[in-house]
Design a binder for this molecule. Structure first.
Ligand SMILES: Cc1cc2nc3c(=O)[nH]c(=O)nc-3n(C[C@H](O)[C@H](O)[C@H](O)COP(=O)(O)OP(=O)(O)OC[C@H]3O[C@@H](n4cnc5c(N)ncnc54)[C@H](O)[C@@H]3O)c2cc1C
Length: 305
């Protein structure tokens, strides 16, 4: 990795390229071993350049935002992590349209929408991710999802082109988009909202915040809902019914407050979380016949079975 890191330093600058960077500093789980190289582009041009160099050198790379839906293995990542985050987070609003860079945080965007009296983004105000990650996941909450407000994204394609793609072409579904499959990297997005009443927008945001605070274990590190919602059911309910509230493996635990969340009670390893997920899946299947699927993305190598 010496070579790639030197190349990137040459092109992008020493302050943007870190080596052996521990991923527990960049995930909300506070878990994850070292990434060989950790690149923090400031501009679209730098992001494009980093990806071009990785591709040219045949070095694996992985793009992250706030790492809020991510479990990185204890061995870390052999390759380059490209973090598109606060460093690339410009937001502009014209009329009912918000144009953002991929690293903009949903919470900041929701505040800006409120300031402009724009409704329709309240659902996203408490999701602790970037818009890049949210588009990839089609993030959603309380009856709203990115699909409802997204007009278009700007992506870097596998052949190195930067192009605008209309939202309809992203196959946005429940926690799904076609973006990973296509190997695209989100560089920016355009969203459209409706004119609304600031007081009402603010009240809805406050109400959703209260619901989150009262129901979710926000005091402990996690990656949000660990499992996808099975059709016609709720992962948390199934886990609770299987008697797994508070069940733990090492430092990883099924939250006592909300069984749909796996939390890091302190010192959890990625392997703890991984084994816990396996055990919960097996016991829920045994109890209900339903197979849970993880919502969180896993990066790096994990033990077999
Ligand atoms: C306390 C808590 C509550 C949460 N509540 C919700 C909720 O209500 N609803 C919900 O949907 N989610 C929720 N989440 C999960 C998470 O916040 C969302 O999925 C969020 O959209 C992920 O954004 P991120 O920037 O953190 O992405 P990351 O976790 O960094 O990445 C997620 C995926 O997106 C990819 N990705 C990220 N940025 C880019 C980019 N620019 N281009 C291409 N690929 C990219 C990554 O490769 C990865 O596959 C919650 C998480 C926590 C910790």
């Amino acid at each position: 990795m010496q070579n790639i890191s030197e190349l990137l330093v040459q092109e992008i600058g020493e302050d943007r390229i870190l080596t052996s960077e521990h991923m527990n500093r960049h995930t909300t789980f506070r878990i994850g071993g070292p990434a060989d190289v950790f690149a923090v582009p400031r501009t679209v041009e730098e992001a494009v350049e980093i990806v071009r160099i990785c591709r040219e050198q045949g070095v694996p790379f992985y793009v992250i935002g706030n790492g809020s839906n991510l479990l990185v293995s204890d061995e870390g990542y052999r390759g380059v992590i490209v973090q598109i985050y606060k460093n690339m987070s410009e937001i502009s609003v014209i009329g009912d349209t918000m144009t953002v860079q991929a690293g903009a945080m949903l919470s900041v965007m929701a505040k800006r929408a409120l300031e402009h009296g724009l409704a329709g983004f309240e659902f996203a105000s408490g999701i602790p991710g970037t818009v890049g990650g949210a588009v990839v996941m089609n993030a959603g909450a309380y009856g709203g999802e990115m699909k409802d407000v997204l007009e278009e994204v700007t992506v870097l394609t596998e052949d190195g082109a930067v192009k605008a793609v209309p939202a309809e072409e992203l196959e946005l579904g429940y926690r799904h988009s076609v973006i990973p499959q296509k190997g695209w990297i989100v560089l920016g997005a355009k969203l459209r909202f409706q004119e609304g009443d600031s007081k009402e927008i603010s009240a809805r945001m406050e109400e959703m915040k209260e619901r989150r605070v009262s129901k979710q274990p926000l005091d402990l590190p996690s990656a949000g809902s660990t499992f996808k919602r099975p059709e016609g059911n709720f992962a948390g309910k199934l886990i609770m019914e299987a008697g797994l509230r508070g069940f733990s493996v090492g430092g990883a635990q099924v939250s006592e407050k909300h069984c749909g969340f796996v939390v890091n009670r302190g010192g959890a390893t990625a392997e703890d979380v991984y084994r816990l997920i396996g055990e919960v899946t097996a016991r829920v299947r045994e109890h209900s016949g339903i197979t849970l699927e993880p919502e969180i993305k896993m990066l790096g190598t994990f033990p077999e079975g």
